[in-house]
Design a protein around this ligand. Structure first.
Ligand code: CAA
Length: 284
């Protein structure tokens, strides 16, 4: 199966990054958003990142313009009828994601199409079960910033067909040029099962006054060669995404290390979501 016609649901932090990766890889991409205003913001996000790639010498301006030309925004999910691959990157709300998969199941006509979710930690099987083709549903989980981070987790549910996992893995490696790893449909998959308890622990350190956010970040950058410290990373991932991932892992595993810190919940309630809202633990 040669995948050419793709779609991304959502153009927030992750959706925009994924759409950019697909367009840069020469694929036809439709991005589905809920209204024209959010679509315009999504397109602007992609344009900004592509321009940054040109400034960094990763792309020439012709390639940027060609990538932008392969992207089309719509608010009508019906336009996704002929897609061969759809990657859902809506907000981390299980009901919203389930209803998107149910809609995709109705509109996508190709029985060979692959329906993927970029969820950080929610069970893939629940989205699969919202469709009549659970064997064609899997997780394809990118990392932020998607145009830069090389890793993609390919997450198989207990019902994902081997052929679908193989096609998705080959596509990620050969077409997108990313490094796929295989993960089971378990809370947090591989990376977030390790990362979320780490971020929650760092936030608990701030919450308890154990150390300042600056010292925690300096500690992990200078002491462990992380490119950025955990508090700054939580801001970059989005505090709402961190909270939903922690809730989802904690609900299923009961592991206290992933119990969302109260401070994290309060910050999300306050609309302090990190880089994307202009303020989280730090100001942007
Ligand atoms: N397009 C293409 N390449 C770009 C780019 C863009 N828009 N912006 C930057 N780059 C490239 C740069 O050219 C540079 O490449 P080289 O190393 O080959 O020179 C590289 O990316 C780094 O760029 P900068 O040196 O300019 O650094 P930066 O400050 O702009 O970006 C960072 C830094 C890449 C974000 C880095 O700090 C980093 O890796 N941070 C950690 C990110 C991380 O851990 N992400 C995972 C989050 S977890 C997640 O996403 C999963 C989840 O489910 C919660």
């Amino acid at each position: 199966m040669s995948i050419q016609r793709t779609a991304v649901i959502g153009s927030g932090l992750m959706g925009a990054g994924i759409a950019e990766v697909l367009a840069k890889s020469g694929l036809d991409v439709i991005v589905r958003e809920i209204n024209d205003e959010v679509s315009a913001a999504g397109r602007a996000r992609i344009e900004k990142s592509l321009t940054r790639a040109v400034e960094k010498g990763k792309l020439d301006s012709e390639a940027r313009d060609a990538a932008l030309g392969r992207l089309r925004f719509t608010t009508d999910i019906g336009e996704l009828a002929d897609r061969q691959l759809v990657i859902e990157a809506a907000s981390e709300n299980e009901d919203i994601k389930k209803s998107i998969f149910a809609e995709l199941d109705k509109v996508v006509t190709d029985p060979e199409a692959i329906l993927a979710s970029n969820t950080s930690s929610m069970p893939i099987i629940r989205f699969a079960q919202s469709t009549s083709r659970p064997e064609r549903v899997l997780g394809v989980h990118f990392f932020n910033p998607a145009p830069v981070q090389p890793l993609v987790e390919v997450v198989s549910s207990v019902l994902t067909a081997d052929s679908v996992r193989e096609t998705a893995t080959e596509f990620v490696a050969e077409v997108l040029g990313k490094n796929p790893i295989q993960a089971q449909d378990r809370p947090g998959f591989i990376v977030n099962a390790l990362l979320i308890p780490f971020l929650c622990s760092a936030i608990r350190m701030v919450e308890s006054g154990f150390a300042t956010k600056e010292d925690i970040d300096a500690g992990m950058v200078g002491g462990c060669a992380h490119p950025m410290g955990p508090i700054k990373l939580a801001d970059m991932v989005g505090l709402d995404t961190c909270l939903y991932a922690a809730e989802s892992i904690y609900t299923e595993t009961g592991d206290p290390a992933s119990k969302p810190p109260v401070l994290l919940s309060r910050m999300v309630d306050a609309g302090l979501l990190g880089v994307k809202s202009g303020r989280g633990f730090y100001e942007y």
